[in-house]
Design a protein around this ligand. Structure first.
Ligand SMILES: [Ca+2]
Length: 138
């Protein structure tokens, strides 16, 4: 299926990032395959910040689900030692371990990170210049 990805320089808390996506009829990016993981990492590497993804274990500690469906991760690529729930981190992000490219980690939901949005339709038309916008078959 074709998914469209919009990675903005705008940063927000995880809840507000979800809200920002939902008003576009979209959702935070959810990664379901190694191919999609590589592609999102490729896009996000063009940004300087860490980015939110649409996963959380806020409902039950240690049970990581995709927010849009409540389904447990069938694919994951946690960085070594992650998730560690450090100071009760409950939201999935791509972060930058020292000397390492973007990797999966748990983040504090109240911290502001760059929004990633995906949709299955052409909702994401925009004339903003501070975004990376791709349509790709995955
Ligand atoms: Ca947690």
């Amino acid at each position: 299926m074709t998914s469209e990805y919009l990675l903005g320089l705008k940063a927000a808390t995880w809840n507000n990032a979800q809200l920002d996506c939902s008003v576009k009829g979209a959702k935070l990016v959810e990664i379901h395959s190694p191919e999609e993981d590589v592609y999102i990492g490729y896009l996000a590497n063009n940004l300087t910040g860490n980015v939110w993804l649409g996963g959380t274990d806020v409902a039950e500690e240690g049970k990581w689900v995709w927010q849009s469906t409540g389904t447990i991760f069938s694919y994951s690529a946690w960085y070594s030692g992650q998730p560690n729930n450090y100071q009760n981190q409950d939201c999935l992000c791509l972060y930058r371990p020292y000397m390492y490219s973007l990797a999966w980690g748990d983040g504090s939901c109240a911290v502001q990170k760059v929004i990633t949005t995906s949709a299955k339709e052409s909702y994401l038309q925009t004339d903003r210049i501070d975004i990376i916008y791709q349509s790709v078959m995955l």
